[in-house]
Design a protein around this ligand. Structure first.
Ligand code: SF4
Ligand SMILES: [Zn+2]
Length: 142
């Protein structure tokens, strides 16, 4: 059954190949992140839908993210603080991470906002790191 937001998905009216061809990755991402009004809902839906999917089987650009980026985001969320801590009132504990960081990117997502450009760039950079090292954490030496 279709959900309400899916009726507003920009990709409904476009050639689906655009989201599944290596040649049009940049254009697909641009549409998802800058044009589509339901990117946030789309992202949550695909993360839920792919929760049992092997990382390498996450196909296409969805919600502006490649399969590997979605896998990295899912992995990062699994690592994050337990739910009890996440529900601390705003302003409690550490100050929120500024825009342009992966934490701020995730905060946008949690709040149902479309991530701003610096946050998208931070997320993309973290993804590149993940692809190069298998981890989203910057190596700290030993
Ligand atoms: S964000 Fe999701 S719904 Fe919107 S265009 Fe991209 S894939 Fe389609
Ligand atoms: Zn931001």
């Amino acid at each position: 059954m279709e959900r309400e937001w899916e009726l507003q998905a920009t990709c409904r009216h476009e050639d689906p190949d655009l989201w599944f061809s290596k040649r049009s990755v940049a254009e697909a991402k641009r549409i998802c992140l800058e044009v589509c009004p339901v990117q946030v809902q789309c992202l949550e839906a695909v993360l839920a839908r792919e929760s049992q999917t092997a990382d390498t089987m996450r196909a296409g650009i969805i919600a502006g993210l490649t399969g590997a980026q979605r896998a990295a985001l899912a992995a990062e969320r699994r690592e994050q603080v337990p739910v009890e801590k996440r529900q601390a009132p705003p302003g409690a504990g550490r100050p929120p991470a500024p825009c342009g960081t992966r934490s701020a990117y995730n905060r946008h997502i949690r709040k149902g906002e479309k991530p701003c450009r610096p946050c998208n760039e931070a997320n993309n950079a973290a993804y590149a790191l993940y692809r190069a090292t298998g981890s989203t954490k910057v190596a700290t030496g030993r």
